[in-house]
Ligand binder design. Structure first.
Ligand SMILES: C[S@@+](CC[C@H](N)C(=O)[O-])C[C@H]1O[C@@H](n2cnc3c(N)ncnc32)[C@H](O)[C@@H]1O
Length: 355
């Protein structure tokens, strides 16, 4: 049952801990010393007091790690992460206790069991921006309605791959009885398939928040009878063969010895072999397997291996029916430092069929 799944959320602190108060006028250097000793600071009075302490902490760490070398940048980030998470904020009755603070609906939705607890200031910032996205919704060029991504769920910030998929769906002439959307995220690919007349989509995700969020979004509407969800690995409980399987997988290999554990972005070495093996069992003889991918890992020299090309040359299960690619628009000013590779980034749509 979807109602039994537990959402990922920042862990609330409910036990008693040693804490020092921070308000306007508190000596900042003293506060930073407390953090460096591994103790907690509680933000009081105004939300902005937390913001200014974070600013001061950044300035302090910038002095400590002035170098722009990769290693120092990494140390800076690690130190900021550690110390900033010792800065706490109190939640009373599902609301931030300090004045002039944003109202964050997640505090009620994600913590039904307790209204009074502490979270770290960066966690609150994360919950706050996620709440803004969720409430306002995000306009997706290929969909009529906005999507409302649930806390901790992947949503796209660029749309080239969705346009590729949309164009492919527009021309698709095969049967439209059912499809499987592996790693459904905020449901965009499934909604595109609905738009083009698919009668049923079976979606999965290993991220509980994706499943909970979509179940909530669909409620009891007609959509909830057309898109069925399962919280599970790859195909989850869906065993029946379908005429279309789509997967927009993570695009980057997980590097050893890093804490890159976001499953929407990084894949481990088992993911693609497992996926193709299981997809083979679930694709109808005339079915299509559609994957969205990019050359990001290759052009940033993270790996030379392309998991889809590898499957095609070594797997013996599928053959290529169509391969489309699209240049990604040049980066905006904000991401200028990445521009050297952005300019050559290409999004790929792969259509495979049974051999
Ligand atoms: C790049 S996102 C794509 C989400 C959505 N399909 C879209 O196109 O907007 C990849 C999604 O796959 C999910 N995922 C990663 N590994 C998975 C696995 N082994 N089984 C099921 N889902 C997985 C992630 O949690 C994430 O939601």
């Amino acid at each position: 049952m979807i109602t039994d799944i537990k959402a990922n959320k920042p862990r609330p602190i409910t036990s008693k801990i040693k804490i020092e108060l921070f308000k306007r006028g508190t000596n900042v250097q003293h506060a930073i010393k407390i953090l460096e000793a591994g103790n907690h600071i509680l933000i009081t009075e105004f939300y902005s007091n937390g913001l200014s302490l974070l600013q001061e902490l950044k300035a302090h760490l910038n002095k400590k790690f002035p170098n722009k070398s990769f290693l120092e940048q990494k140390e800076y980030r690690a130190a900021y992460h550690k110390l900033s998470n010792l800065i706490l904020i109190e939640i009373v009755d599902h609301k931030l206790e300090v004045k002039k603070s944003p109202s964050i609906g997640w505090l009620e939705k994600l913590y039904p069991e307790t209204g009074n607890f502490f979270l770290s200031f960066p966690q609150i910032q994360g919950l706050n921006s996620s709440w803004q996205w969720y409430k306002k919704g995000i306009t997706i060029p290929v969909l009529r309605n906005k999507i409302h991504p649930y806390y901790g769920t992947y949503f796209p910030t660029r749309f080239e791959h969705l346009v590729l998929f949309d164009n492919w769906l527009k021309r698709y002439k095969g049967p439209k009885k059912s499809a499987i959307d592996v790693g459904i995220g905020s449901g965009i690919l499934s909604l595109q398939m609905m738009k083009y007349g698919f009668q049923k989509v079976f979606g999965t995700d290993t991220n509980p928040n994706a499943i909970i969020g979509l179940a909530e979004f669909m409620g009891n509407t007609k959509l909830s009878r057309k898109i069925e969800l399962d919280f599970g690995y790859l195909f989850g409980k869906w065993k029946k063969q379908t005429e279309l399987i789509v997967f927009n997988p993570p695009w980057l290999p997980k590097l050893k010895n890093t804490d890159t554990n976001d499953e929407a972005i990084y894949y481990n070495e088992k993911l693609f072999p497992d996926f193709f093996k299981e997809a083979k069992q679930r694709l109808l003889p005339e079915g299509k397997l559609v994957l969205l991918f990019s050359n990001l890992a290759q052009i940033t020299n993270v790996t030379k291996e392309h998991p889809i090309e590898k499957e095609l040359s070594e797997g013996g299960r599928f053959q290529l029916e169509k391969y489309l690619k699209k240049r990604v628009k040049t980066a905006s000013d904000k991401t200028k430092r990445d521009q050297y590779w952005r300019s050559t980034e290409e999004i790929e749509l792969w259509v495979l069929k049974n051999k």
